[in-house]
Structure formats: C-alpha cells, structure tokens
Design a protein around this ligand. Sequence first.
Ligand code: OGA
Ligand code: NI
Length: 347
Amino acid sequence: MANSKLLLSDMVSQESGCIPLSYVRPINERPNLLEILEFSDVPIPLIDLHGLDIHEHSLVVKAIGQACQSDGFFQVKNHGIPERLVSEMLRVSKEYFKLPECERMKAYSDDPNKAIRLSTSFNVNTEKVGCWRDYLRLHCYPLEDFIHQWPSNPPSFQDIVGEYCKEVRGLVLRLLGAISESLGLEKDNIEKALGKQAQHMAINYYPPCPQPDLTFGLPCHKDPNAITVLLQDSVPGLQVLRNGRWVLVNPLPNTLIINIGDQIQVLSNGRYKSVLHRAIVNKELERISVPTFYCPSYDAVIKPAKELVDEDHPSITRTFTYADYYHMFWTLGLNSHTCLDLFSPTL
Ligand code: OGA
Ligand code: NI
C-alpha cells in the first residue's frame, strides 16, 4: 500500500477520487450495482418474535424453521433488546471510529488469534485484494473474561457494549431453542452441541468509498460460526444471495438480521443452509454494522444431530472440532466460498 496509514478510516480523508489498486477487484468479481438495485424489492422473511414465548409459539417456530431452510437469513422484530440500547450501541460504535488515530491504534493487531483487536480489511497477512472496511473484534462470552480488555474509550464503551452483548446472548439462546424445536429436536440440543460456547462481535466501519463499483466492504462469504445476529445502521450495504440473485437488505428500524452459519448447517445435517452474503460500500456515506457471531467453543466436537442422520440422510461432514474449522476459515479467507467442503465425510 503506497500509504503509511494502516486503517482505511485514517486514509480516506487523504483520498483523491480513486481507490488504491490494492482494493480493486478483478472485473468478474466486482459488484454489479445496477443489477442489485433492480432486485432489492424481494425481501428476506421478517419474523415477529412477540409470539415466541406465548400462545403463538409453534407458529413462530415454524416460520423460523421455514426461513432457515429456504433463505438461511431472516429479520426479527419485537426481539426484546431495548431500542435505547440498540441506538446507544450504534452511537458508541461510531464514536469509537471517530477517536483520534493514536487512541484507536492502541488496539491495532493483524493477528486473527487475538481476542480483542482493531484491524482492517479481513486478513491482511493472507489476502490478495483488500476489503474496504476497518473493524474492531471483541470476544464477549464469558463477558467477565474479556470486558476489561476492551477499549475504555469512549468512556461508556464497556458498559454499553457489555449490556448489548448480554441481551444478544439472551436472544441467541431463544433462537437456538426455536431452531432446535423446528428440527424436531429437544429445545436445548443445539445449545448443548456448542459446548461451553463462545460469542464474538465485530464492529465494522465501512468508510465512504470513491469507487464503490470496484470493490467490496466484505466480499462474498458464509459465516463459519453457528448463528449471526447483525445490527446495522440506516445505510444499506448487506446483500444476500437469494435464488441466484443478490438482494440488498434494506435496513428496517428496530429490526435485527439473523443468519445461519456453517455450524448449524452441519448440526442440522444440511437441512438448514449457511448462505452466501457480502457487503457493498457507498460513495457518500459511511456505514456501521455490528455482527455478533455465536460459536461453539474451540474444543466442541461438531457433527450432525444423531436424530437427523439415517441411511437416507448420511452425515454431510466428518466429525471435527470447531478450533480446526475456525483456523481453516481464517487461513482460506473470504473468497473461497465454502470452508465446509473441506470437511466432507470422504476427506
Ligand atoms: C460479517 C458480515 C455484513 C455487513 O461481518 O460476516 O457478513 O453488513 N457483515 O457488515
Ligand atoms: Ni458474514
């Protein structure tokens, strides 16, 4: 990179009208922004969680199962996380990325193994083309093991983000219960399969990009974890592959986006799909997104639920530990569409 700045957020203010060559994707791998807008009116399912804990339980479980099977993605409203907390979470995230460079750089690292780190792109050590994003990654469960290592500036950061993480974990456990039930399994089946569990969060900052048609905030990928809860601000950017077309997910107020990751695809023995998605960037506007990646613990041994395996439905993978999977994901990078293929039963 012909620039001494490590982070995009510090580089863009010095930018001319062109992005550095190191961010330009090959012609056949660029976003086709015109095509996308055309199809943006086919939304992913929106599920009201209000009924999950009461009389409409089985209807909501069914809707969730249907969405996991057909889309791998859905949106939820009435999810139970207070509106105030959600807007504070977005506010403090934005404030963090506005801190002076020297303050933010305290957390900088390009080592994917670090539990708390500020970085840029995806994996600067292995990738050929850069991603137009900076991100802060935080491990967040068990909270007391990590919260004190998080940035302490802005001063309210730890309190707000900590509270948000606890709320998201509660939501995830409710969703995992519903997903287990929708597969005909005991309610705690998936939760147990994740072992001691882990929760990681990314705060993604996508700066405005002078040439958004040449690059991605994040290229096409599937999430390697079990389930992801995505909070995004009001700037659209997330695209989901739906029936062979890229669909832009329009941000709705008070709505979170849920997607199935590779581990639920495995646990469900392929009934539920981890689906390709990506993030585009915007010429004028910056964008913040906050995915929570809920994961098995590294030592969890992952294989399909035994109730879902029989002669007609052989296991879609070999047995593996999440540590092996996660390491492979970070090494392969985001363009290799499916890490899961490397864990097929015959390999
Ligand atoms: C991710 C991701 C989408 C977004 O971080 O894995 O898919 O809109 N993010 O930022
Ligand atoms: Ni993702």
